[in-house]
Ligand binder design. Structure first.
Ligand SMILES: [Zn+2]
Length: 129
């Protein structure tokens, strides 16, 4: 693939550990309401759990009551969008544009002015103040 950050599966496994590897590299989903950042509203930046690239600012985060951290926009150019037709649904998968790690999905039913709801796994991101 065309991502600037490239690692072998083995390197990803060693770096991320089992649970994050499952989410970030195998497109897994954490259980709702379990993630560290679900109800986390500190001021700062959410960075990719795979490569550290800044992806979302805290001022775009809102409580969507869906059990996962939700944002109404990403930092421009940092997120890649891919059509996802698995599980009998038509969804848009979001990935880190820098390393290709899976972040979650984006939906167009957001309640704010952007109309977008980026639904992100807590394990896919690291918060920095
Ligand atoms: Zn990344």
């Amino acid at each position: 693939m065309k991502y600037p950050v490239k690692k072998t599966e083995q390197e990803w496994k060693e770096q991320l550990g089992e649970e994050r590897y499952r989410i970030l590299r195998q497109k897994g989903t954490e259980y709702p309401h379990t993630g560290t950042y679900n109800l986390h509203f500190e001021k700062g930046t959410y960075c990719c759990g795979g490569c550290g690239e800044p992806l979302f600012e805290s001022n775009s985060k809102f409580d969507a009551h869906c059990g996962w951290p939700s944002f109404d926009e990403s930092i421009p150019g940092k997120v890649e969008y891919i059509s996802d037709l698995t599980h009998g649904m038509k969804r848009t998968e979001i990935l880190c544009a820098n390393c290709g790690s899976h972040l979650g999905h984006v939906f167009d039913d957001g309640p704010t002015k952007t109309g977008q709801r980026y639904c992100v796994n807590s394990l896919s991101v690291d918060f920095r103040e």
